[in-house]
Design a protein around this ligand. Sequence first.
Ligand SMILES: [Ca+2]
Length: 416
Amino acid sequence: MRSLKNILPIVLKNSRFDVILSAAKNLSIKHEILRHFTPQNDNSFLFFSSLLVLFASFSNLSGQEQTYTTSDGVRFKVETVLSNLEIPWSIAFDKVGNLYFTERPGRLQVLKAGATQPTLIADLDQVRHRGEGGLMGLALHPEFESNGLLYVSYTFEDGGDIANRVVRYRLRNGALSDFKGIGPVLPGSSVHNGCRIKFGPDGKLYVTAGDAANRTIAQDRNSLGGKILRMNDDGSVPTDNPAAGSYIYALGFRNPQGIAWHPDAKLMFETEHGPSGFDGPGGGDEVNIVEAGKNYGWPAIHHREQREGMESPLLEYTPAIAPASAAFYSGKAFPRFKNNFFFGCLRGTRIQRIVLDPENPRSVLSEESLLPGDYRRIREVVVGPDGYIYFSTSNQDGRARPFDNDDRILRIVPVK
Ligand SMILES: [Ca+2]
């Protein structure tokens, strides 16, 4: 149950029915509000809803947060880790539990293990934060604890052009040094910048590149837009990539925002946004299993369309839910989540949980929506070394009404 502390200021500051109803989403009083009042600005509504919130809160004086239960009986609650952030885009943990994160305007911060407030590492002034672009991806080198190598991806102005790139720094004593561009400069735009970066189980760096709102480049093997790229940790082309001398690992993507590997099968799962009207019929958000050299169709095929030589998605969502991340569960805190696939949804305002067949990870057994609407736009989802599921909100991006303490990084923790 959302606490009085969170709800009451919203009730007292807003006379708008939809705002109060949204704040009261998890409370049993929501039904009471709907039963007694119709959507109009009226003082009696404000007064009575305040009383109802007070009443509901008194029944929860223990201070416990709401307990949620999944369809298969897993009980959990949500804790706030950090508040008052601005579009936290990527989260990465080191092995001792320090939580590094990017904020799209350009900040790189760390929440040290055991701390309650983050420490600013850098505010990257070369980042161009406009539209959907800005400081996005973050990855720690597999040997980060010994070499301090840290990778970020961001939008910047390359001459007169908008572009994206991956860069590497060395983090030592809390400060960045040894700047190095990693791999090629990538197409950019105010939208569809890709920019998710992660090290795969093979130790290679994978980089998602969007179509930069120029859909034809996704099928053009001479462009790096609309691709998933694979590179060595120093930015060079691996000798075992699908095509000799090329960064391209797979092609035909519109705006891939999440990649993660199945812990046992080592298959790469990817989430991406489908067309949004100007470049095709709406919806068509995708989850794909991405394999070397394959073509995922954009823009030649979309939604569930099929074509020889192209891959149709494993899962497809219409209307759009705007999947924004990808994570596999491999922690100990939630045994029932083992090898489940999770991703945050912006427009879909939830975390989607995909249960795969343990005998065949290419087969979906079931899926369910967690926390629908409760935190509005959800972007990053990451499993921490403690086994808790960390996620970020994206309500300061101009596309939602933020809660008072947005944006936030939160975590899903088990309840016995
Ligand atoms: Ca596709």
